[in-house]
Design a protein around this ligand. Structure first.
Ligand code: GS8
Length: 219
């Protein structure tokens, strides 16, 4: 994938972290541009005029949007090194199913748990724990979601590993007690340099989102 690569990102975004992990897995160098989401750059508005969101990966001047689409693009363009999706079409479809499940469920329920109060927050907490339990069952005794190989499902979920402390504080529960296998999986993923370098410190994440929650009047 020799060429000019720029990632428009925001440090606390789990979505830009996914892209950074995928690029690191492939050993690809890239430059980053940090966005101020309260005052988006003309470049971001130009390259993602539809959603106006980060992350955007600009490859030789061509923008690709949506984190999981970017991860799949990186995998397709750079096939030979560390495949992120299985070769078998059925297994690929399964991996996409789980990545999509994470995409639809985890962020929205995380936001509800962290940024709301009372009954809404309780419902968000219950749904979030249920989703993680579904993922815990899918993981089973495997090392990674795809078996022995780290891949797209791990990449989709692992940025939220650094939110566990935030979940526990806002929801007043022990993640380890609810989903011990997911916690062990997260620790294992963090042993990979591609992951640990892409994820900010969990306490920095905690402080940032707690501050935001206070502004929303939730904490
Ligand atoms: C979500 C990106 C997103 O929410 C993806 O890339 O997977 N489905 C997309 N980006 C947020 C920052 S992270 O919370 C964003 O850019 N927000 C600014 C806005 O919506 O105005």
């Amino acid at each position: 994938m020799a060429s000019q690569l720029t990632l428009l990102e925001f440090w606390a975004s789990p979505f830009s972290q996914r892209v950074k992990i995928a690029l690191a897995e492939k050993g690809i160098d890239f430059e980053t541009k940090e966005e101020n989401l309260m005052n988006k750059s003309p470049l971001l508005l130009k390259v993602n005029p539809v959603n106006k969101q980060i992350p955007v990966l600009i490859h030789n001047g061509k923008p690709i949007c949506e984190s999981l689409i970017i991860v799949q693009y990186i995998d397709e363009v750079c096939k030979d090194q560390s495949p992120l999706l299985p070769c078998d079409p059925y297994k690929r479809a399964q991996a996409r199913f789980w990545a999509d499940y994470i995409d639809k469920k985890i962020y929205s329920n995380s936001r509800t748990l962290v940024f709301t109060k009372g009954e809404t927050q309780e419902a968000g907490k219950k749904d979030l724990i249920e989703c993680f339990k579904v993922l815990e069952a899918e993981l089973g005794d495997k090392t990674y979601f795809g078996g022995e190989t780290f891949g797209i499902v791990d990449i989709a979920l692992v940025p939220f590993y650094n939110w566990f402390h935030l979940y526990e504080t806002c929801g007043n529960f022990s993640f380890e007690e609810e989903c011990p296998k997911i916690v062990a999986w997260g620790k294992k993923c963090m042993e990979k340099e591609s992951v640990s370098k892409a994820l900010p410190d969990q306490y920095k994440v905690f402080d940032f989102f707690m501050e935001m929650a206070k502004k929303f009047g939730a904490q």
